[in-house]
Design a protein around this ligand. Structure first.
Ligand code: F6P
Length: 540
């Protein structure tokens, strides 16, 4: 049993996954049927494989049949989930238990999309939500109005979860965004990021959203200070009208000079925060009704996750297949291939969601784990990706499971292309997506020309959405959140802390003074020879 040594933890104890009977059964099953599993033979043996290995969850249809598994694999994986207490861990999280042990916090992003009265902290959540949505509508109204006072630009200043989620969602839903507003996302402490945005906006037409859970993050504070100085230097007046904050540190925002702050709570993790005040740019883009739809889609997936049995629970199944691939097949990465240009930032968003959550090497009690955890998650929209790295996916030496995301209907036509052209190009997009998963599985033998040989038997999952709407996007993102929860719960790790980012931050603070003009040379005793040598070159 893995017990938490952290006082206050109310996370249920669980059996370490590699000590369960199901893990041993999976290991035996892998040797007998997994290592040499052949997808083509599996489809030939079972004409109903597609029907039995696909399922409908809210807003998302999932085809798992092109994965390297059979009914027995799924049974053993469901047993593994039960033996590891995944359902009990899920219930504890949803009820507001302290499941983030190392930070001694509850994990309640699901409360942000729950109707009033159905989850902890409902009154607080809905008070902020209502205020934020009312403000979003005011901003939209000002974008409709005439000068002076007309807003044309929203600049979000934030990084990590305070950037990736809102940015991804605003781009995903761009076809229904307010047409009079441009959205900009500044994250990098590299001044080039902010400068390129400020070169395109006027102070009087711009709303800055300073988004930071902690309001201490170096990049965000620096960019916000530079933006404020630029605003004042370029004739901007009324900071209180042009700067707002989304943060759980209301006092720090006030010290910065921001009077309009939308708050949230320590039980919302940064990478799970787009449903909170951090979602303000999304709400401004798609309006209050759209934002409520986003929340409703996520809520529908939350209910599915909370209620469906493991065998029909899509987030759990995806998380369990991830465990199967990582720990038994030994695959080290997973490729995300959204066949929807609007989802271009989804892979980046998922990188933080999955790798910051599950990139851990000790369990919740701090004991080292003898098995692998988070895979590398990466990807780009198809079809672009086909012309970049799909060569490696088809013929490279590593097997990389691919996740195709297809939309049955294209988004509304934006800009100048005709409905006919849009429909025709969408058919091409779908044909490409289908063809890639088919090619990965089928392969093609070419006896006398090895360079033309496709080994095939390469796994993929296809997620199919009717179309991209706030509701379907909300469901898709909640699906990913709960899938990451599931693999983390099996591995017994704390998926909600992120201590791995701390060391680089503190070393950066120590190095910064050494780069200041006139700084003394670093003492060899304090610093390694490589870093000292690079510093000398940078200062020369
Ligand atoms: O880099 C670590 C991290 O804490 C992320 O988890 C978070 O999303 C990001 O920094 C930004 O943090 P904040 O919203 O507090 O500025």
């Amino acid at each position: 049993m893995t017990a938490s040594p952290f006082p206050g933890s109310t996370a249920p104890q669980s059996t370490r996954c590699d000590r369960t009977a199901a893990w041993a059964a999976l290991a035996g099953h892998f040797e007998a049927h997994g290592r040499d599993f052949d997808l083509r033979e599996a489809f030939a043996r079972d004409p109903r494989r597609f029907e039995s290995m696909s399922l409908d969850a809210p807003e998302v249809f999932a085809d798992l049949s092109k994965n390297l598994l059979d009914a027995a694999t799924l049974r053993f994986l469901a047993d593994l989930a039960r033996e590891c207490g995944v359902e009990a861990q899920r219930d504890a999280m949803l009820a507001g238990a302290i499941v983030n042990d190392t930070e001694r916090r509850a994990v309640l992003h699901t409360a942000l999309r729950a109707p009033p009265g159905s989850a902890p902290f409902g009154a607080e959540v809905h008070a902020v939500l209502d205020a934020m949505l009312a403000f979003a509508e005011t901003v939209r109204g000002r974008a409709d109005g005439a000068a002076p006072g007309r807003l044309r630009h929203v600049v979000n200043i934030g990084i990590g979860g305070s950037d990736l989620g809102p940015q991804m969602a605003v781009r995903a839903l761009a076809d229904i965004a307010h047409p009079g507003l441009s959205f900009h996302f500044v994250a990098n402490v590299d001044g080039a990021d902010l400068a390129s945005v400020l070169a395109r906006v006027l102070p009087s037409e711009t709303l800055f959203v300073v988004a930071s859970k902690t309001f201490t993050t170096q990049e965000t504070m620096t960019n916000a200070e530079t933006a404020r100085a630029w605003f004042l230097a370029h004739g901007g007046t009324r900071i209180e009208e042009h700067f707002v904050a989304a943060t759980s540190n209301v006092e720090a925002a006030a010290r910065f000079g921001i009077t309009r702050t939308f708050g949230f709570w320590d039980w919302v993790g940064g990478r799970y925060s787009l449903w909170s005040a951090i979602g303000l740019p999304i709400a401004i883009a798609i309006g209050a009704g759209g934002f409520r739809e986003l929340l409703a889609g996520a809520r529908a997936m939350d209910e599915h996750f909370a209620q469906a049995p493991v065998e029909r629970n899509l987030p759990m199944l995806l998380g369990l297949v991830d465990v199967w691939y990582r720990n038994f097949h030994g695959f080290t990465s997973r490729c995300i291939a959204p066949y929807a240009h609007a989802l271009q930032r989804l892979p980046a968003y998922l990188q933080q969601l999955e790798m910051e959550s599950n990139g851990k090497r000790v369990d919740r009690s701090g004991a080292p784990l003898p098995f692998a955890t988070s895979p590398v998650v990466w990807g780009e929209p198809g079809t672009n990706a086909q012309h970049a790295y799909f060569q490696m996916l088809h013929q490279g030496s590593d097997v990389v499971p691919v996740e195709f995301i297809l939309l049955r209907q294209s988004s509304a036509v934006a800009g100048g292309i005709s409905p006919e052209a849009s429909a025709r190009q969408h058919r091409m997009l779908l044909a490409n997506g289908l063809a890639q998963s088919q090619a990965l599985m089928q392969g093609r033998a070419s006896a006398d020309e090895p360079h033309r040989d496709f080994p095939g038997n390469r796994p993929s999952t296809t997620l199919l959405l009717e179309r991209l709407t706030p509701r379907s996007l909300g469901a898709l993102l909640a699906l990913y959140e709960h899938r990451v929860f599931t693999s983390g719960a099996v591995w017994g790790i704390d998926s909600f802390d992120q201590w791995g980012v701390e060391l680089g931050k503190s070393l950066g603070s120590r190095l910064l003074p050494l780069l200041e003009p006139g700084a003394a040379s670093p003492l060899a005793a304090d610093i390694d020879a490589s870093t000292a040598g690079l510093l000398r070159r940078l200062r020369a």
